[in-house]
Structure formats: C-alpha cells, structure tokens
Design a protein around this ligand. Structure first.
Ligand SMILES: *[C@@H]1O[C@H](CO)[C@@H](O)[C@H](O)[C@H]1NC(C)=O
Ligand SMILES: *[C@@H]1O[C@H](CO)[C@@H](O)[C@H](O)[C@H]1NC(C)=O
Ligand SMILES: *[C@@H]1O[C@H](CO)[C@@H](O)[C@H](O)[C@H]1NC(C)=O
Ligand SMILES: *[C@@H]1O[C@H](CO)[C@@H](O)[C@H](O)[C@H]1NC(C)=O
Ligand SMILES: *[C@@H]1O[C@H](CO)[C@@H](O)[C@H](O)[C@H]1NC(C)=O
Ligand SMILES: *[C@@H]1O[C@H](CO)[C@@H](O)[C@H](O)[C@H]1NC(C)=O
Ligand SMILES: *[C@@H]1O[C@H](CO)[C@@H](O)[C@H](O)[C@H]1NC(C)=O
Ligand SMILES: *[C@@H]1O[C@H](CO)[C@@H](O)[C@H](O)[C@H]1NC(C)=O
Ligand SMILES: *[C@@H]1O[C@H](CO)[C@@H](O)[C@H](O)[C@H]1NC(C)=O
Ligand SMILES: *[C@@H]1O[C@H](CO)[C@@H](O)[C@H](O)[C@H]1NC(C)=O
Ligand SMILES: *[C@@H]1O[C@H](CO)[C@@H](O)[C@H](O)[C@H]1NC(C)=O
Length: 454
C-alpha cells in the first residue's frame, strides 16, 4: 500500500475523471467477500466502503491472463493505491462512511474484494502443505496444521497413558481446505497466487480419500490420498484454506511406473505412517492399506510391543519421580511410538529421477527380492525395492525422552549406524551436534526426501 502524493492525486483525478469523487456503484458491506468481473463493471468502477476504526480491504486477481488493473482506495481523507504482489494486495486503516474503492482498467479480468474489520482475508500462509509419499500414480498429501492436540498431562498417582490401539480423539472444527495439484507443465507458480486463481487450475489426480487426521506430532491436518497421477512426474501442490488463504507451493515427484510398493496410511497406532511399504498390492477395491486392510500379523505384534513398552515405562514413578527436567513419560511414549513405527514399517523409495543433481543422496538400501525385511512380521515379497532408512534422529529422540533404565541406545555413526539409519542429514554425523547435518531436515518442499523422519 502506498499513499499518493498530492500530485499523483490530481493525476488520478484527471485520468479517471475524479473517480474517487464519483458515485459509488455498489456498497461493499463489512466482513464480506465479493467477486467482480471487469467486463460487467464500469471503468473506473467505484465501490462504497463502510466506516471502521480498522478496516481491511483486500483484493485478489482471479484471472490467469495478464492484466493491467489498478486499485485505489480513499478512506474519506486520503487516497491510497493498493499495490498487487503475486496477484493480491491489501490496505488496513481507519475509514469514514464516505470511503470508497476505485478499480481502473479491469478489462476482462475477474477479481475478488474482501472487506473486514478483523484483519486480512486474502493471504499467503507461511505454513506449507506436507507431502506424505507417492507411488507411481498415487500420493498422500496433508494441509498445514489447523489445530493442535490438547491433552491434559496425566498426574501421579493416577498416571495413565493411552492404550496402544486407542482411536483418534474427535476432530476439532476444521476450515475448508481445497487441494490444488498440477504437473510442473501447468506452471501454477506463474499464475496469481490467489485462491480464486489457483482453485480452478487443479488438473491432476482424483481424490480417493479426504478427511481430517491427527499426526503423531499432535498436529491436526486435512489429508488426501490422490490417485490417477502420472509416473515420474514432478507435481506442484497448493492447499487453499477457506477459499482465500493460500499455502504452498510444494513439489513432489511420483515414482517410476514399475515401482512395486503400495501406500499405507490412517493407522491410529502409527499416526505419522503415510508412505510406501513393501507389501503385495491391497485387495481391490482398496487403493492403499489402512487400519482396516493392514494384515493383523503386522499390526498385532506392533501393538503388543507398544503395550509392553508402556507397561515397563509405568514401573517408573511417572509424574512423581523426575528423570529429566524437560521430558515426561508421556513424551517418552510418543517418541518410542514414532521410532517403533518407523522401524516396523520399512519405507520403499527409489533414487529420484534427477539424482545426478541430487546432493546429498538419500539413505537408500537395496532390498533384494525374497529376502526377509528387517521387521520379521513383514512378509517376504517377490520384488526388489530400495528401503529408505529411518533418520537416526528418530532414535535419538527416544534416547533423549525416555528414562535411562529402559536401556535405549542408538547406534553411533562410527559403528555402522548407517547400515540401519539415515545418518548425518538432520544432525551432524559427529555425535552431539544437533542441527548441523547436510540437509537439516528429512525432506524439503522441493520433493527431496533424504531419510524417513516419520
Ligand atoms: C472457476 O470455476 C468456476 C466453477 O467451475 C467458474 O464458475 C468460474 O468462472 C471459473 N473461474 C475462472 C477464473 O476460470
Ligand atoms: C468524507 O467524510 C469526512 C468526515 O466524515 C469529511 O471530512 C470529508 O471531507 C469527506 N470526504 C469527501 C471526499 O467527501
Ligand atoms: C485515513 O487514513 C489515514 C492514514 O491511516 C488517517 O490518518 C486518516 O485519519 C484516515 N481518514 C479517515 C477519514 O479515517
Ligand atoms: C477475528 O479473527 C480472529 C483470528 O483471526 C478470530 O479468532 C475471530 O473469531 C475473528 N472475529 C470475528 C468476529 O470474526
Ligand atoms: C485415572 O485417570 C483416568 C483418565 O485420566 C480416568 O478415566 C480414571 O477415572 C482415573 N482413575 C482414578 C482412580 O482417578
Ligand atoms: C483396534 O481397535 C479397533 C476398535 O477401536 C478395532 O476395530 C481394531 O481391530 C483394533 N486393531 C487391532 C490391530 O487390534
Ligand atoms: C473434501 O471433503 C470436503 C467435505 O468433507 C468437501 O467439501 C471437499 O469438496 C472435498 N474435497 C475434495 C477435493 O474432494
Ligand atoms: C509382551 O508381554 C507379554 C506378557 O509379558 C509377552 O508374552 C509377549 O511376548 C510380549 N510381546 C512382545 C512383542 O515383546
Ligand atoms: C501375514 O499374513 C499374510 C496373509 O494374511 C501372509 O501372506 C504373510 O506371509 C504373513 N506374514 C508372516 C510374516 O507371517
Ligand atoms: C509376486 O506375488 C504376487 C502376489 O503374491 C503375484 O501376484 C505376482 O504374480 C508375483 N510376481 C512374480 C514376478 O512372481
Ligand atoms: C520439482 O520441480 C521444482 C521446480 O522446478 C524443482 O525445484 C525441484 O527440484 C523438482 N523436484 C525434484 C525432486 O526433482
């Protein structure tokens, strides 16, 4: 937003026949969102605005064609230009009841105007969508978190921890989320980065599952399982919240057409497990494995490990005796579950198509066909795949969060830790240096996945 100088004010007055003083065509009420098309409004078009001590007017371009519209606002005493960046812009300030918005040269373009006394409406969110994983033609994606789990910490002497197989708590109310997905060739990033512009451009996949999920980190997100994607394709994804808030872009790449592993998702006992696993294809019509279709000879022992671990943990005076100034038995259980799930569900992956350019390489380990996977409860599959090893930090988190007597120990980098874990990506390979790894994270927004951090 920019306040115009007196000179520019008179220029505006000349160029648009003193549009700011012209009769408003229409009044825009408080807390409303309206869509207009240049072809059905006059040029310039004037809209009356309400009086408020803190009015926000935000505009968003919906058309994909280049256009030359400009937006001016008078709050009753001063004139401002609302400058657009990435297709949207906003003004906030006090206004009187003769305030108005003037739109010049809208041509054929379509635009939205939002009027609010409660902050911005159109917005690019800082929080990004989350890529779960892909197969050759499916992908699991998550919205940014919209709520955080609220649990009251258990207290001594009634220190109870959830059962291994407890179901998800009831979901808090969710904003509406829309997923926008298209291959790179659709050039979504060259469009105005507004909900109304992007929403119509989703050009890939069909949504096979669309619900709300609580991941292990305690974040409530919307999740999607998308099918019908093309193999070995780099996709651009956005999530649009309540039609007006844009999150993204992120990128992800589908696997090659002969990638053999199906996806698994929506396991209440392993709530962050949403990736490709070495199993035979699920029985039709299932598209992927979930808690109802996963073989019980995989889930039963996992639940038993979890139950036994919790029993052992509770022999410690949880909530009475402190073993750390920072960690509780509840934290220990959460980190153990996260580790148990990531070692119990081997993750399939493959070198990314542009892997010559990919530095560093992902923690992939070839798994020949017919060889038992590390989790003895997984069946032996008749195909070859690459296993993406868990990030070593998943183990370190258990080590840090749990009482010493449980005897948790993670392999050390000098002694072969990289045979079973991805080492040195998040934290440096030298013991004790947190956050100095080569990538600093398990995966990035560009579609690189270095180790299994779930
Ligand atoms: C977007 O799609 C809606 C409904 O499909 C349609 O009414 C609208 O004109 C489209 N907008 C643009 C800018 O293409
Ligand atoms: C708008 O109203 C304010 C007071 O409500 C007045 O001072 C101002 O002159 C008016 N502006 C125009 C352009 O009519
Ligand atoms: C218009 O905005 C300016 C700058 O925020 C402010 O000083 C002025 O009081 C506002 N005018 C009205 C009529 O609210
Ligand atoms: C104003 O915005 C805040 C946060 O953005 C929200 O919690 C609140 O409900 C809104 N109030 C109204 C009246 O819309
Ligand atoms: C212990 O806590 C659980 C869950 O917080 C509760 O359901 C149970 O009634 C409590 N038992 C006692 C004896 O307070
Ligand atoms: C977990 O509990 C649900 C009911 O809450 C049950 O339907 C399901 O079979 C249980 N899963 C396992 C693997 O025991
Ligand atoms: C997802 O579900 C919500 C409501 O459950 C619905 O409004 C929305 O259109 C669905 N989105 C897709 C892409 O299917
Ligand atoms: C869990 O504990 C039970 C009873 O102590 C035992 O029979 C079982 O083998 C244990 N399971 C695992 C996976 O350790
Ligand atoms: C688990 O059960 C499936 C069929 O239900 C079977 O194919 C597989 O071999 C079993 N795995 C193990 C390790 O027993
Ligand atoms: C591998 O096993 C699956 C299911 O068990 C079977 O459908 C498929 O034909 C087998 N493939 C080969 C190459 O043996
Ligand atoms: C996907 O495309 C984006 C944009 O060109 C690029 O930055 C990114 O590296 C690509 N991702 C992969 C995994 O190749």
């Amino acid at each position: 937003m920019r306040m115009l100088t007196p000179l520019q004010t008179s220029f505006l007055c000349l160029s648009s026949a003193c549009a700011v003083l012209a009769q408003a065509q229409q009044s825009l009420p408080l807390n409303s969102l309206s869509t207009f098309s240049g072809s059905s409004t006059s040029n310039p078009a004037t809209f009356g605005l309400p009086a408020s001590s803190s009015l926000t007017v935000s505009v968003a371009i919906c058309s994909s064609q280049a256009s030359s519209e400009s937006f001016f606002l008078t709050n009753g005493s001063d004139i401002f230009e609302i400058e657009l960046e990435s297709g949207f812009g906003s003004w906030t300030g006090p206004s009187s009841n003769n305030a108005s918005l003037v739109v010049e040269s809208a041509g054929q373009s379509t635009f939205e105007v939002a009027v609010s006394d409660n902050g911005t409406i159109h917005e690019i969110l800082d929080a990004l969508p989350l890529f779960g994983d892909s197969s050759a033609n499916q992908a699991i994606l998550f919205s940014p978190p919209f709520a955080f789990e609220t649990t009251t910490n258990p207290t001594y002497p009634n220190y109870t921890l959830p059962l291994a197989n407890s179901s998800l708590p009831e979901a808090p109310p969710s904003p509406t989320f829309d997923l926008v997905l298209a291959p790179l060739s659709a050039r979504l990033t060259s469009l105005p980065q507004t909900g109304c512009s992007l929403a119509n451009m989703s050009s890939a996949g069909t949504v096979g599952l669309n619900n709300t999920w609580l991941r292990g980190s305690g974040e409530w997100r919307s999740q999607w399982l998308v099918e019908g994607l093309s193999p070995e394709t780099n996709y651009t994804a956005y999530v649009i919240q309540d039609q007006v808030k844009v999150s993204g872009p992120i990128y992800f790449v589908t696997k090659s057409s002969n990638f053999p592993c199906p996806l698994v998702h929506s396991l209440p006992y392993c709530p962050s497990t949403a990736y490709a696993v070495p199993l035979d294809p699920p029985q039709s019509p299932a598209l992927a494995y979930d808690a109802t279709s996963l073989p019980t000879n995989i889930s039963d022992p996992l639940l038993q490990y979890m139950t036994n671990f919790t029993t052992m943990l509770l022999t410690f005076g949880c909530g009475r005796d402190l073993y750390s100034p920072l960690q509780t038995c509840s934290d220990c259980r959460r980190e153990y579950r996260s580790w148990l799930c990531s070692v119990s569900f081997p993750r399939c992956s493959e070198p990314s198509p542009g892997s010559n350019a990919q530095a560093p390489f992902s923690a992939l380990q070839p798994q020949p066909s017919g060889v038992s996977p590390r989790n003895p409860f997984f069946p032996v599959v008749n195909y070859t795949y690459n296993s993406l090893l868990p990030c070593l930090e998943v183990c370190h988190a258990v080590d840090r969060a749990c009482p010493y007597f449980l005897g948790i120990s993670c392999p050390v980098p000098q002694f072969n830790a990289d045979a079973s874990y991805g080492v040195g990506f998040i934290d440096s390979g030298d013991p004790g240096v947190v956050g100095q790894g080569t990538t600093g994270m398990a995966q990035d927004r560009w579609g690189n996945v270095w180790c299994n951090g779930n």
